[in-house]
Each structure stands twice: as C-alpha cells, then as structure tokens.
Design a protein around this ligand. Sequence first.
Ligand code: HEM
Length: 204
Amino acid sequence: MILPRLKQATAARHAAIETRSVLLEPGLSYAAYRACLRRFFGYYAPLERRLLRSPAWRGAGLAYADRHKTPLLTQDLAALGVTAEELALSPWCLALPDLRTTAQLYGCLYVIEGATLGGQIVTKHLQASLGVTPQTGGAFFSGYAEHTGSRWKAFGAQLNAFAEASGADEEITASANETFATLDRWLYPAPLRAPLHDELAIHP
Ligand code: HEM
C-alpha cells in the first residue's frame, strides 16, 4: 500500500504549507484570499498544462478530464473581481516537477488530488469568515464538494494498483515531494538576499 507511505514521506512538507497558509487565519481578508488564489493560479495553470501534455497518461489507466482545477481558479478569480487582462499578466511558475513518466504523474496527482481533502476545511472557513461560497469565489477549494471522499478513494485505488504493478514506489514518492517542494517555493519564495550582518546585530 503506497498511500500511507506517501502520507508519511510528505507529512513535513504538507505541515509546512498548511502552517504558513493564510487560508485558515481567523482574520482572513478578502484581499489576502484573492492574492492567495492568484498565487495558486500561477502554479496550477502551468502545472495542469504540463500534466495534460505528458505522454505518460498512456500507461496510467486513469483520466484527468473531469479533474481540471484551473477552470475553477479562473472562475473564482473572476467572481472576486480579477479581470481577464489582470489574470493574463499573473506570473506563472516555471520551476515545476518533472512529469515525463507515469510514476511521476501519479506522485504529482497524489498531491493535487489530496489537496481537495484540506480544501473542504478551507471551504468551511471561507464561508464562515468571508461569506464566500463555491458560487461566489470558493469553487477551487470546494473542488468535488460532497464527492470529495469517494473521488479520493477512487484515485487512491488506482494509485495503489499502479504502484503494485510497477514497483515504482521510490519514483512516485520523489515526485510527490518534488510537487510539494515546487509549490512551497512558489507560494513562499525565499527572500532575495540574506540579511546583512549589520542588520542582524543587536545594538544595546
Ligand atoms: C490550509 C491549507 C490546508 C489544510 C488545512 C489541509 C488539511 C488537510 C487535511 C485535514 C487532510 C486530510 C488528512 C487525513 O485525512 O488524514 C489533508 C490531506 C492532504 N492534503 Fe492538505 N491541507 C491544506 C493544504 C494542502 C495543499 C496546498 C496541498 C497540496 C497542494 C495539500 C495536500 C494534501 C494531500 C496530498 C493530502 C492527502 C494525505 C493522505 O491522506 O495521504 N494540502 N490536508
């Protein structure tokens, strides 16, 4: 069973992203939510483009057609007042995971599909704190809504079957970690330079 292994192997990266996220902050503002969604758009749009172009689907035994998430982000950003022109000018992440093999594809999909679980918690918070519903800007995090559990189970079964047939646990796990790492670097870029020695010095 690869799922528990993946969960354990990526737990630290998941916790880091979850902890740094503004999404569950009690005082979440509309502007912060919109800025966060734009950042997600900058990652998911190029990632899904790369996913869809990957030749590795042939050996995957699953389809992505009804799992696209970029259209939900586009829809949410429009509902939150971001114009098509503004969206077209949004920066896109270029440092994406390698998705040439079916094992890499599965590792990446584990992260992207798993995020729909946490999305259910975010959805409740958006509704409670901002009054945002799936219809008014919260479609991305709502994802598959009441079907989230069953769709996660279905995906997990396909992932397990692929892992057992291929024996590619290492490659799947590396790709899941790479997906988390690239997303983390995109969402929380390192400061452009290290602080100068003087700035760190404590003056009495
Ligand atoms: C504030 C943001 C987030 C919260 C509160 C959150 C919370 C959660 C929760 C509660 C679960 C279910 C754990 C379980 O059933 O045992 C989960 C699973 C997961 N989340 Fe998140 N999450 C967040 C963001 C993300 C993001 C941004 C990603 C990646 C894009 C992500 C990837 C995953 C994955 C891969 C799983 C599946 C873990 C597994 O059962 O193997 N999460 N998350």
